[in-house]
Design a protein around this ligand. Structure first.
Ligand code: ATP
Length: 211
């Protein structure tokens, strides 16, 4: 089984790490590959550069053998499209069971993703219930069409909701707290806190990275 958890990770926070571990437990995966969305096209552009987000993600994952920082989207040129990333994974692992893990907020926006209807040919989706994010009624019919209630053995094509409670943390909130001079130690791994302080990241609310 291959378990992938994509994100902008601007910065990676304890909510992401908890979510990845919970997904590994629920799916029975030995490891979760944390795929950095190097050049996300469907979100506001990140504040930290690709290199900075990668260094934070990589060092946060080093503390847990089950979490592996994955640079697939850094190596592909152009915008980071999940469908391209999955096609690349499939080219190497044609018959493996693949899961792409997302939060309910991301699932709500799925139809804005490039070639979103092709995603389920390549992967299963595992959807985590984020606090304060409802399961969107517009996506209910998509969910019902592909829904399974247990971990599937097939290679792709199903949507499984994971019920583990998630932490109420978002990267937006972390950036806003830092810009306001508030403490974020309880929201981030120590190595990420130190990195942000050392590099003076997120001190201005709407700064943009140069890369
Ligand atoms: P932002 O606030 O900038 O949108 P974010 O905290 O949502 O950032 P992303 O890197 O955009 O972080 O999220 C990557 C993936 O992690 C998404 O699928 C998102 O739903 C999920 N995710 C983020 N935070 C949590 C959390 N606290 N619990 C569970 N899933 C989360």
């Amino acid at each position: 089984m291959i378990c992938l958890f994509g994100g902008t990770f601007d910065p990676v926070h304890n909510g992401h790490l908890h979510a990845a571990r919970a997904a590994a437990d629920a799916l029975g995966a030995d490891e979760v590959r944390m795929v950095l969305a190097a050049r996300p096209h469907h979100k506001d552009q990140p504040s930290a550069s690709i290199g900075q987000r990668w260094e934070m993600l990589h060092s946060a994952c080093e503390a847990d053998v089950r979490l592996v920082a994955d640079d697939t989207e850094m190596r592909l040129s152009g915008p980071s499209y999940t469908v391209d990333t999955l096609a690349e994974v499939r080219a190497r692992h044609a018959q493996e069971t693949v899961f792409w893990v997302i939060g309910t907020d991301t699932f709500r926006d799925l139809r804005s993703w490039y070639r979103w209807q092709d995603l389920l040919d390549l992967t299963h989706l595992a959807v985590l219930q984020r606090p304060r994010s409802t399961f969107d009624p517009d996506m209910q019919s998509v969910y019902e069409q592909f829904r399974v209630d247990d971990v599937p053995q097939s290679r792709a094509g199903s949507i499984l909701r994971l019920q583990t409670a998630m932490l109420d943390i978002s990267a937006t909130e972390v950036r806003q707290l830092i810009a306001a001079g508030a403490s974020v130690e309880h929201l981030l791994p120590d190595v990420v806190c130190t990195y942000i302080r050392t590099h003076g990241l997120y001190l201005e609310a709407n700064e943009r990275a140069e890369d």
